[in-house]
Design a protein around this ligand. Structure first.
Ligand code: CAA
Length: 291
C-alpha cells in the first residue's frame, strides 16, 4: 500500500518528533491532541529542532519551510481518520489508548493502517479491540526521534505480511533502520534497556555509588552517550516505572521488580526533565544530582 498521509495522535515528546521526521520525508502530516497548548508547543519544538538541523548544515532552510508546511494540527480526533497511516503516540496508559482507537474506528478508511508507538503494551491486545487486527502494528520510535536511527516494528498475532512490508518501506523512506520484534512485554529495546536503568537505581538505592559516579561509570566505562540515571530523567521516570511494571507483571519474574527508589521519585512527582527534577535538578544553569 502506498502511504502518503499520516495522522499522529498525541503531540508530546514522541508525537512531535514523529511528525518532524515524517514531514521531512515528504509525508503530509495531521497532528492531533486534545490540548491546543500542546499542539502549539509541539509546533514550536519542531521548528526549533528543524532550525538546529539547518544550522548544522543537515537540511536547507527551504527544506525546513517545506516540512513545516506539510504539518497540519487539529484538536478534533476524527480529522485524522482519513489518513493512510495512523500512529497513536498518546500517554502510556492502556485505557487512554483503547479509547482513542475506539473513537477513531468510525472515521477510518477501510485501508487505513493503525499503529501504536507504545513502548510496552501488548500490540495483540490493543489490536483485538479494533475492527482491523490484521492492519494493526507496533511502531516504536526512540527519543529523540529526529536523531535516533532505530524503529521497532512489532507484529501482533494477527498482523498480516502486507502491513509489515508497508511499514518497513515507510521506515526506509524515513532514512531509519527497522528492527523486527515479536509482541512480548517491552519488545527488544526496553526489555534490555529498562532493567539496566532499574539496576542503576538499585545501585544508587543500596549506596554502591552516587548519581554522578553511576552515570560517569557507564559513560566512561561502557561508552554510553548518557549515564543510566541521566537517561532515565530524559525518558521520564513515570515511563520507566510503567515499563518495569509491564515486564514484572507480563513475565512474572521477580528479577524485573521496580526499585522502590524509582517508585518514590515517581510518587514525589519528580519525573525527570519534564518536571525539572528527577535524579538531577534541572532548575538551575547546570543539572545538580538530587541524591
Ligand atoms: N532534534 C533534532 N536534532 C537533535 C535533537 C532533536 N530533538 N536532539 C539532538 N539533536 C542533534 C544535535 O543537533 C546534534 O547534531 P550533530 O551531530 O549534527 O551535531 C546531535 O543530535 C547530538 O546532539 P548534542 O550535541 O546536542 O548532544 P549530545 O551529543 O549530548 O547527544 C543525544 C544528545 C543524541 C540525546 C545523546 O545523548 C544520546 O544519544 N543519548 C541517548 C539517547 C537514547 O538512548 N535514546 C533512547 C531512549 S529509549 C527510548 O526512546 C525508548 C522508550 O520507549 C523509552
Amino acid at each position: 500500500m502506498d502511504i502518503r498521509t499520516v495522522g499522529i495522535v498525541g503531540a508530546g515528546q514522541m508525537g512531535n518528533g514523529i511528525a518532524h521526521v515524517f514531514a521531512l520525508a515528504g509525508y503530509d502530516v495531521m497532528l492531533t491532541d486534545i490540548s491546543g497548548e500542546a499542539l502549539a508547543r509541539a509546533m514550536a519544538t519542531i521548528e526549533k529542532n528543524l532550525d538546529r538541523q539547518v544550522s548544522r548544515g543537515k537540511i536547507s532552510a527551504e527544506t525546513k519551510a517545506e516540512a513545516l508546511a506539510r504539518i497540519r494540527t487539529t484538536q478534533s480526533l476524527p480529522d485524522v481518520g482519513p489518513s493512510d497511516l495512523i500512529i497513536e503516540a498518546a500517554t502510556e496508559k492502556e485505557e487512554i489508548k483503547q479509547r482513542i482507537f475506539a473513537d477513531l474506528l468510525p472515521h477510518l478508511k477501510p485501508a487505513t493502517i493503525l499503529t501504536s508507538n507504545t513502548s510496552s503494551i501488548s500490540i495483540t491486545r490493543l489490536a483485538s479491540r479494533t475492527d482491523r487486527p490484521e492492519k494493526f502494528m507496533g511502531f516504536h520510535f526512540m527519543n529523540p526521534v529526529p536523531v535516533m536511527q532505530l524503529v521497532e516494528l512489532i507484529r501482533g498475532i494477527a498482523t498480516d505480511q502486507d502491513t509489515w512490508d508497508t511499514l518497513h518501506e515507510v521506515v526506509k523512506r524515513l532514512g531509519k533502520t527497522a528492527a523486527s520484534a515479536e509482541d512480548f512485554p517491552a519488545f527488544i529495546v526496553n526489555r534490555i534497556l529498562m532493567p539496566m536503568i532499574n539496576e542503576a537505581v538499585y545501585t544508587l538505592y543500596e549506596g554502591v555509588g552516587s548519581v554522578r559516579s553511576i552515570d560517569e561509570s557507564l559513560k566512561l566505562g561502557a561508552n554510553h552517550p548518557m549515564g543510566p540515571l541521566e537517561l532515565a530523567d530524559f525518558i521520564g521516570l513515570d515511563t520507566c516505572l510503567a515499563i518495569m511494571n509491564v515486564l514484572h507483571e507480563g513475565l512474572a519474574d521477580t528479577k524485573y521488580r521496580p526499585c522502590p527508589l524509582l517508585t518514590k521519585y515517581v510518587e514525589a512527582g519528580w519525573l525527570g526533565r519534564k518536571t525539572q527534577r528527577g535524579f538531577y535538578d534541572y532548575r538551575g544553569e547546570t543539572p545538580v544530582p538530587t541524591r
